[in-house]
Design a protein around this ligand. Structure first.
Ligand code: SF4
Length: 608
């Protein structure tokens, strides 16, 4: 294999993975690959997929990886592989400007735009709207991400449609010029189609119509697939969906629109006191019955008109989809769990299948000839949780890093149990000592926003280095600020346990406050535990915690020249009966419980 981006020659782990991927594409079936950081796993699956000549969908859980594939890895292969490589990124419909809505706005349909806007905001909203519409005239893609400015969510909602509303190109007057349809056509003509995992799972949930036909699917960041699939294969209901439908129906039938609005308000009022609570089947039956009746009246009105009216067909589609979801929420099966979440005043009812394995087995593994699932951290229970056939192949590729030499794993075994009140001040004192020894240069990962803020408040006045927190900036800007100011510290929560890449001395100390166990009352996890019975801790909680801990610890060593310390400030890692299952999932670092050894190690790094 040729020289790879980043300057290195192909390494054996990469070749081993590439050969296994080529094999499963050729023979069919499923392959699960644990591919540690640094092996170049994206090229290890892209090259065999492209060489096979089979249409391949690559699904990523994060936007950062999607961007890396589309702007770096695939263009590199197109330039160097010595054969034509066509690829396309396909996003969900609401990412593209809807030309039909733009036309309706252009025809002076103010109702569509101004309903939701405060009078004192009308000027700014109008100006932004004109900017978006002007951009759409020039844009080749209609993709929101290609705009030079970020439109506010409410504005974008007025110029886009979700798949739930769009009647499809054949029934839409703008269907021929539609941006979303054009993106789909480009994807259908490409050899490699890059999507996010949520879109792929929605494709499965909606009967397989969203994506072009393909023979190979590759899930990168496959550790996220179970949760993403649960979300896409489930549903969500909130007052906003009723408001949106009422707005669509209002020009056709004022009275029905009022009834739908009122049903949405009633649903939101019923959900508000249940935020954070799991819902038992039947407990909201009366509210659902009112909602169902209101939507049915709206549907009848929408059906009674002229089929050529684009607004009417959109309203019809949105009403059908809402009616389906209300019916499903009103009659959950034993395989579903429902709960309410959301901020105060904005409750959302969510329903998800407890076990996505059987759904994936039915809709995916038997339908797409070859599937590759890869991640730096594959939970031990992943094949079972995802319903993979028993003959699915597994491969664990060795890391190119010498973790034993490059990194030290420290467990602060003398700290109090994290569930005790004396834990927090003792943990802050430990954290301060470690940060001082490292000369700043610390990424501290917390299991809650509260713990992150408390630590930042306690330590920022004590240490002479800048302490950044996740409250301050969006993730890319925060990561850039942390990398460029070498002695700075960054305190963050779960969003930074994955997908953060800071090679070099700026990240020499990685601190984890507590073992990242899921909360006992988290509804989906609770339902999975109930189903697992007595084995729940070992089969549900431990594999997930081990995966998250390994993801967090994996932020430290990003290249062969990185060195540093992973410090876990949770004494359970040194004492609990299950500790070895967690330790074994981590890279094989040199281990210690002695703070003095850690301080010496860090001080040596600072003076090196
Ligand atoms: S088909 Fe029509 S309604 Fe659907 S996104 Fe395209 S322009 Fe909009």
């Amino acid at each position: 294999m040729a020289a790879l981006p980043g300057g290195g020659e192909a390494r054996s782990g990469q070749l081993e993975m590439a050969e296994a991927v080529a094999d499963v594409i050729e023979t069919g079936g499923q392959l699960v690959v644990q591919a540690p950081t640094g092996i170049g796993k994206s090229l290890a699956y892209l090259v065999p997929a492209i060489v096979s000549g089979r249409t391949t969908v690559v699904a990523t859980a994060t936007k950062a990886l999607q961007d890396q594939l589309a702007t770096h890895d695939l263009p590199f292969l197109a330039a160097h592989l010595g054969r034509p490589v066509s690829f396309a990124v396909l996003k969900g419909r609401a990412n593209y400007l809807c030309l039909q809505k733009a036309v309706e706005i252009g025809q002076g349909d103010e109702q569509l735009v101004l309903d939701d806007v405060r009078t004192d905001d009308l000027g700014a909203f109008g100006k932004d709207l004109v900017r978006v519409l002007e951009w759409a005239k020039e844009s080749q893609t209609g993709d929101r991400a290609d705009m030079a400015f970020e439109p506010r969510a409410r504005l974008w909602a007025q110029v886009s449609v979700t798949a739930r509303e769009c009647p499809g190109a054949v029934r839409c007057p703008q269907g021929e010029d539609c941006f979303a349809e054009a993106a789909h056509e480009r994807a259908a003509a490409a050899d490699v189609i890059v999507v996010n995992t949520h879109l792929y799972a929605t494709h499965l949930a909606t009967g397989g119509y969203l994506l072009p036909e393909h023979e190979v699917v590759i899930f990168d960041e496959a550790h996220a697939l179970e949760d993403v699939a649960a979300s896409a294969l489930g549903l969500e209901l909130n007052g906003g969906r009723f408001t949106a439908l009422a707005r669509a129906i209002r020009p056709l039938a004022e009275e029905e629109a009022d009834t739908i609005d009122a049903a949405g308000t009633r649903l939101a009022a019923a959900l508000e006191p249940l935020r954070g609570v799991r819902i038992e089947p039947g407990s909201l039956a009366r509210v659902f019955a009112v909602a169902d009746e209101a939507i049915r009246r709206g549907l009848e009105t929408a059906r009674a008109g002229n089929d050529d009216d684009a607004r009417r067909t959109r309203a019809l589609k949105a009403a059908s989809s809402l009616a389906e979801d209300v019916a499903a929420a009103a009659a959950p099966t034993d395989d579903d769990v429902a709960w309410v979440e959301g901020a105060p005043g904005a409750p959302v009812l969510r329903m998800a299948p407890v076990d996505v394995g059987s759904l994936l087995a039915e809709r995916l593994w038997g339908s797409v000839p070859a599937a590759v699932l890869t991640s730096a951290t594959i939970p031990s229970n992943l094949p079972a949780r995802l319903g993979l056939p028993s003959d699915a192949k597994e491969l664990a590729v060795n890391s190119p890093f010498d973790h034993e030499r490059q990194a030290l794993l420290y467990c602060a075994a003398d700290l109090p149990d994290p569930r005790r009140p004396e834990y927090e001040p003792a943990m802050h004192a430990e954290l301060e000592a470690l940060i001082r020894a490292a000369g700043g240069r610390t990424l501290a990962l917390f299991t809650s926003w509260r713990a992150m803020r408390a630590a930042a408040e306690a330590l920022a006045p004590l240490v002479p280095w800048r302490v950044l927190t996740q409250d301050e900036l969006p993730k890319p800007a925060l990561t850039a600020a942390f990398s460029s100011d070498e002695s700075s510290c960054l305190f963050a929560t779960m969003g930074f346990w994955q997908g953060v890449d800071v090679p070099g001395a700026a990240l020499s100390l990685l601190v984890i406050d507590k073992l990242p166990f899921s909360r006992p009352d988290e509804p989906l996890m609770q339902a999975r535990r109930e189903r697992a019975g007595a084995a729940a801790f070992r089969t549900i909680d431990l594999p997930r915690t081990a995966m998250l801990l390994a993801q967090g610890a994996g932020r430290l060593i990003r290249s062969t020249t990185d060195t540093g310390v992973v410090a876990v400030l949770d004494p359970r890692l040194a004492s609990a009966g299950y500790r070895w299952e967690l330790v074994r999932a981590l890279p094989p670092m040199h281990r210690t419980k002695e703070r003095a050894e850690v301080v010496r190690f860090l001080e040596a790094l600072v003076t090196a």
